[in-house]
Every structure is written in C-alpha cells, then in structure tokens.
Design a protein around this ligand. Structure first.
Ligand SMILES: CC(C)(COP(=O)(O)OP(=O)(O)OC[C@H]1O[C@@H](n2cnc3c(N)ncnc32)[C@H](O)[C@@H]1OP(=O)(O)O)[C@@H](O)C(=O)NCCC(=O)NCCS
Length: 166
C-alpha cells in the first residue's frame, strides 16, 4: 500500500467498518512505519484486473510479536479466497519480521473473520471488554504460534486476475 492508495482504501474502509473506520491520518501514520530498513509495518493492497483496489491488509511487528492491524476485502469479492490470500501474505510478512507469534483482535460478532483466522490455526486466548467504541462491542483476542507452523499449510486458492502487492 502506498500513499496514493489511501483514498480508495478509505472508501472500502468506511463501507466495511462503518462504526469504527480508520481515519486518513491513521493510514498515513501506519505507512510512515512501513518503509526503510527500520520498518515495523507491512501493508498491502489487492487489485483486480482493472486496477481497482478490492482488498487490503496490514501487520505490525514489535518485540517478536506480529499484530494483524487490519484485513478487509470488498463485499463483491467475499468468498473468493482473497481474505485467505491476504492473510497468507501477512503471515509471510510476520515470518520476514521473525515473529514467533501473531496476535489479532476481532469483534466477537464477526464470525466470518473468526472462521478465516481459525482455518489458519489462530486460537482464541481471551477477550477485551468494550474494545470497539462507541458500540461497546467486545473483542476476542486470537493468537497463532508461528514457530509451530500450524497455520501456514492452510493455503490460499488464488483468484485469477487479482494481484496483491505492497
Ligand atoms: C473477513 C473477510 C476479510 C474475509 O474475506 P473473504 O475474501 O471473504 O475470505 P475468504 O474468501 O478467504 O474466506 C471466506 C469464505 O469463503 C470460502 N472460500 C474461500 N475460497 C473460496 C473459493 N475459491 N470459492 C468458494 N468459496 C471460497 C472460505 O471457505 C470461507 O468460508 P468459511 O468462512 O465458511 O470457512 C471479509 O469478509 C471482510 O473484509 N469483512 C469485513 C472486514 C472485516 O471484518 N475484517 C476483519 C476484521 S477482524
């Protein structure tokens, strides 16, 4: 993801996370940490054959722990395996950052996303009460121990014509 991707990403963000969409400034701030030798973030976008951004994802790394910052797919691409491909790329980034584990938070009512994470070997390890505001929705905290390599074999079927890149 580069700065010129932020506008189309924001459009998807507001559609997919209507209650707690990230601001433009949050994406700028994340991307500021995604370049150069000391980079701690990896952000990517997926573009269809026509160049439209149809998905994006980001990972932060600190102290050997990766954190899935965001992952999202345009509604008309749901169920095509794109979410799995983005998650595969995030886990590849976690390996490159030498993360021994990857954490994430997910709304407790987001069953679709939790199923995706479970397929990759993420396990629920706790809850954060009222994590999502203003709706006061709890988050489930999930963790994948990458050292055990439990999830990477889940694989991601490729969707023809969709390209994922930084
Ligand atoms: C969660 C999200 C990223 C999943 O993306 P996705 O592209 O639909 O994910 P996938 O296609 O890889 O997997 C979804 C389902 O499609 C199925 N699927 C995957 N590839 C498929 C294919 N080629 N053909 C048919 N079905 C397929 C998967 O088996 C999966 O089914 P399951 O949930 O019953 O196991 C997407 O729904 C989204 O952006 N939601 C809104 C934002 C969000 O909630 N983000 C997560 C925040 S924690």
């Amino acid at each position: 993801m580069r700065w010129w991707d932020i506008d189309p990403v924001l459009e998807l963000e507001r559609d997919l996370f209507p209650e707690d969409a990230w601001s433009r400034g949050m994406f700028w701030s994340e991307l500021a940490h995604a370049r150069g030798p000391g980079a701690t973030r990896r952000y990517m976008v997926a573009q269809d054959g026509a160049g439209r951004i149809v998905g994006y994802a980001g990972l932060a790394s600190a102290g050997g722990i990766g954190d899935v910052q965001t992952i999202a797919v345009a509604r008309d691409h749901w169920g095509t395996g794109l979410g799995a491909r983005l998650l595969t790329e995030l886990l590849r980034a976690a390996t490159a950052f030498e993360c021994a584990e990857v954490m994430l938070e997910c709304r407790v009512d987001n069953v679709r996303a939790q199923r995706l994470y479970e397929r990759f070997g993420f396990e629920p390890i706790g809850f954060r009460r009222g994590y999502y505001q203003p709706g006061n929705v709890d988050a489930v905290v999930m963790r994948l121990l990458t050292a055990s390599d439990s999830g990477s074999a889940a694989g991601a079927p490729s969707e023809q014509g969709t390209d994922i890149h930084g």
